[in-house]
Ligand binder design. Structure first.
Ligand code: KG4
Ligand code: ZN
Length: 337
């Protein structure tokens, strides 16, 4: 089924066309240069940029896919969770397109998109069901048991900051630009990750929740207490990264073991981190659990994953209609007790 997908939940405007699980086009317009000076995403500015970019991006996505608007058979757009003003833009564009051409419309859960990105990635190994799915981004840190296509069990989430947020805040403390994940990774490569024993929050708890605000506070306190010495920045970055990675890896592997699965799929912007990938690979190998990562382009926000989930929903007869509204919060599944 030829599906147009639109993503606008945060600070990436994206449009893609898929057909039968194949990617025909994949466009993403980022906004780092808009939000960088503010040290974080400014929703109003993000929405304005989505307004300017969505229509041209849709046109370009159709053109690169080599199809006409009239060829499209269904429209999928992220309906949540995300920033309301941002979701509204992409969803309104999707509604206009669907209404104009008399097409069915599917509102897709952004988290479901991330969990399924691996299935539409031509370069990634496909996991078997059930598998554990970890989403680590600037807005989310959540762990799911993916039982079958479209069937999810929520195992755990962060109780405070998302993992990417912790990278971004640590970067800010160390005077690095936003977004800080990549900057921390580059700086950490020059430091000693055993230099400072930062806490590993909730590592010993039996549940599958995460917490990163205490780790961030430990970095602030250490940095202030030791006089903010420039010569120490790389060690702080490396030690922070090692602590964050250890918690993500060990808690995810523990959840996989507890649910008797031997594959974990890691997605979201933080999944671009090489130290995280190496940690999952090494510890997973030792535990007999395989870690699978979508390519970096499909780890970060994109419309391919939205179009892909949309194709499954639309093929099953789904049509959310023009009354569909955005949802800032949209749990994918109730949390397992
Ligand atoms: O998935 P994403 O593009 O957007 C959402 O938040 O939904 O993720 C962005 C987050 C930011 O917090 C960014 O700092 C982090 O992913 N990130 C990284 C790396 N690349 C991006 N964190 C750690 N290491 C990286 N290499
Ligand atoms: Zn995302």
């Amino acid at each position: 089924m030829l599906v147009l997908g639109i993503e606008s939940s945060c600070d990436e405007t994206a449009a893609a066309v898929v057909d039968g699980g194949a990617v025909l086009s994949d466009l993403v317009a980022g906004q780092d240069e808009i939000h960088g000076p503010f040290g974080g995403v400014v929703p109003e500015l993000a929405a304005r940029s989505h307004m300017e970019r969505t229509a041209p991006l849709i046109r370009e996505a159709l053109s690169r896919a080599g199809v006409e608007a009239a060829d499209i058979e269904g429209v999928a757009a992220t309906a949540g969770p995300g920033l309301m003003v941002c979701l509204l833009v992409g969803l309104s564009a999707a509604k206009g397109f669907a209404f104009g051409l008399g097409l069915p419309l599917a509102g897709v859960n952004h988290l479901e998109g991330h969990l399924n990105a691996v299935f539409v990635d031509p370069d990634a190994k496909k996991p078997g069901y059930p598998f554990a799915g970890l989403i680590v981004s600037g807005g989310h840190t959540s762990l799911y048991l993916v039982k079958s296509p479209g069937e999810y069990e929520h195992l755990g989430s962060t109780l405070d900051d998302a993992a990417g947020e912790a990278f971004d805040k640590t970067a800010k403390i160390l005077g690095l630009p936003y977004p800080g994940g990549r900057e921390i990774e580059a700086l950490a490569a020059k430091g000693d990750e055993t230099a400072i024993a930062f806490p590993r929050p909730l590592l010993d708890r039996p549940d599958h929740d995460f917490s990163f605000s205490g780790l961030k506070t430990a970095v602030v306190n250490y940095w202030d207490k030791t006089g903010r010495r420039a010569g120490q920045r790389a060690d702080v970055a490396a030690s922070f990264q090692a602590a964050a990675v250890e918690v993500l890896v060990e808690k995810t592997l523990k959840a996989a073991r507890a649910n008797s699965v031997d594959q974990v799929v890691v997605s979201g912007g933080v999944a671009a981190n090489k130290r995280l990938r190496a940690g999952f690979d090494a510890r997973g190998r030792a535990e007999g659990i395989e870690a699978i990562f979508p390519s970096i382009r499909l780890c970060t926000d994109n419309a391919v994953m939205i179009a892909h989930v949309g194709e499954r929903l639309l093929s099953g007869g789904r049509n959310d209609g023009l009354g569909l509204g955005p949802r800032s919060s949209w749990p994918l599944a109730p949390k397992k007790k």
